[in-house]
Design a protein. Structure first.
Length: 280
């Protein structure tokens, strides 16, 4: 059966792969972003109902994170708009180990919509499409929490799980915790990327306080620094989040993608061999 599906964040790390997966299944897909038509903007609630109108289902990716102030109200408003637009089902991308995100999950679960919650651990793609890319290009990665063992998950796996959740009713009412197949420290991650690219990249352990000072010195905005600090502290600082689950395998019937495979695939794109633009 063909459904009309709004993919919020449909040009982002998981969203664009969800769009690809749904297109392969011949679904009618609408991207929801600040650059889509119709526009969907989390910062402008007036755009929500219009983007949801005519849709049967919605993939919800909140930006920048369900833990930030205002996210809970936004998720409440969005689910209300979805019901008004007669949307039947929502799949929410959530962050594993974030208490604030769990409050947003409850809003979706109690909304009256059919739903699936997909709780993800940190993405592999943070090292190639996000804030860890620049230090890798610079050959020097200073990060806190050196002892945290993180079950990084690949966004391709998340997207495949989301596509199944959107298309198969058997997943209604379920919460999936998606992780990769093993835990890794930052030092192990950087070694693996150095090996896969043949580049010299060194890893330096710093304290969270030092890391915050580095972000301030780099001129990053205060709310961004707050969020990164929160994610390091809450998610990586909690041993409950340092476990591997088999939910990817349960849903997809195959093992989760290993970090080594992600490194090999990403290295072939050349993204880790770019030169950093001169800042002076
Ligand atoms: N990164 C991780 O490791 C991780 C782990 C677990 C959970 N998550 C969750 O994943 C979600 C996405 O995080 P991400 O960092 O990976 O981002 P992302 O999905 O790559 O986000 C970028 C997408 O969001 C859209 N976007 C940005 N601002 C928007 C706005 N104001 N209104 C509407 N769309 C907007 C962008 O499109 P336009 O620029 O065109 O608007 C783009 O499609 C967050 O909720 C986060 O909690 C992330």
């Amino acid at each position: 059966m063909v459904s009309n599906i709004l993919v919020i964040g449909g040009t982002g790390k998981t969203g664009r792969k969800v769009v690809e997966g749904l297109n392969q299944q011949h679904q009618n897909v609408r991207i929801g972003s600040r650059n889509s038509n119709p526009i969907f903007d989390w910062d402008n609630p007036e755009t929500w109902l219009n983007a949801l109108t005519g849709m049967d289902k919605v993939y919800i990716v909140y930006y920048p994170d369900l833990a930030v102030p205002g996210a809970l109200e936004a998720i409440k408003g969005l689910t209300e708009a979805a019901k008004k637009a007669s949307v039947k089902k929502a799949v929410l991308l959530s962050g594993k180990g974030e208490k604030e995100a769990e409050r947003c999950e409850q809003v979706v679960a109690n909304s009256g919509l059919d739903y699936t919650l997909v709780r993800a651990s940190w993405f592999n793609q943070n090292f190639s499409e996000s804030f860890f890319l620049d230090p890798i290009l610079a050959g020097h990665v200073a990060l806190p929490m050196p002892n945290a063992k993180i079950p990084f998950v690949d966004t391709s796996d998340i997207a495949e799980v989301v596509v199944k959740a959107l298309l198969e009713d058997v997943h209604n009412g379920k919460t999936f915790e998606v992780t990769g197949p093993r835990t890794m420290t930052f030092e192990e991650v950087i070694k693996e990327i150095a090996l896969g690219t043949g580049r010299n990249i060194n890893y330096q352990a710093v304290s969270l306080v030092e890391y915050n000072s580095m972000m301030q010195a780099a001129g990053l905005p205060a709310d961004y620094i707050w969020l990164i600090d929160y994610l390091f502290r809450e998610v990586l600082g909690n041993e409950d989040n340092q476990v591997v689950t088999n939910d990817v395998e349960k849903v997809l019937g195959r093992k989760a993608t290993d970090f080594k495979e992600y490194v090999q695939k990403t290295a072939r794109t050349g993204i880790w061999n770019q030169t950093l633009p001169q800042t002076i």
